[in-house]
Design a binder for this molecule. Sequence first.
Ligand code: ZN
Ligand code: ZN
Length: 280
Amino acid sequence: MVISDVLIAVLTWILAVQLLGLGNTVGYHRLLTHRAFVAHPVVRHGFTLLGAMHGGSPVMWVGLHRLHHAKSDNDEDPHSPIQGFWWAHSGWLIGQRSPWLAIPFALSGFGQQLKILWHDVRRVAGRNPPVWRELCPDLMQEPLMRWLDMPFVATGLFVAQLGLAWLIAGPTGILWLWTVHLFLTNSSWSVNSVCHWPRFGAQPWDTRDWSRDVRWLGFLTNGESFHNSHHRYPRSARHALHGGQDLSWWVIKGLSRVGLASELWLPKAFRPKDAPEPQS
Ligand SMILES: [Zn+2]
Ligand SMILES: [Zn+2]
């Protein structure tokens, strides 16, 4: 392998992590779950597909996340660290509180994809009814969301990635893809674990849950780590309200500058002075 190959691998890795990560943070989270802005259909569909490349069905992701906000850090929260740090990070996905099982799963890279496949196998067998649909009547009106919520579609997208990576670079390509998924899963899960753990960061708002603003994690989570601010103002398109690395917000702002996003919602005290009142 020559230096130019390594350079290409590193640059494409950064690009893939950023694009797929934004599919989750700008797409699944701020746009689909919280309706923080209105997106041009190309942006809405594009970010949704990027999110589905690693996050599974948007309907299930959004449903779980809406439940997390409704039940934050009580017994019905699907991934609260009141049941342990490693439960909140990755253990909840496999129903295990023990760090000895949750940590290997977190380091497995493709483990989430196996979990998604297993979920769909059980669903087809009638053991996992799609209850998340009840929490997402808005998404269920869209053909793309309904298609991505069908069993094995998300797995198909993952298999396509595996095939492409193999075609381009063989086993090295699979290793490259594995590190992409390893980073993306742990970046996303750290918001549930690190950003709800009392030892980290600060709690500028009294939200009556364990959420924290963890400034040092902003760069690695596209700004999602300003999580106490997010729990205080879930609909805000900007999470780093008091400043800090919030790439998702910068992307949303950039999209609005070129006419691909509008009606960016911000808490009243953080709106530009000349901004019109939001429509809804
Ligand atoms: Zn939270
Ligand atoms: Zn949220």
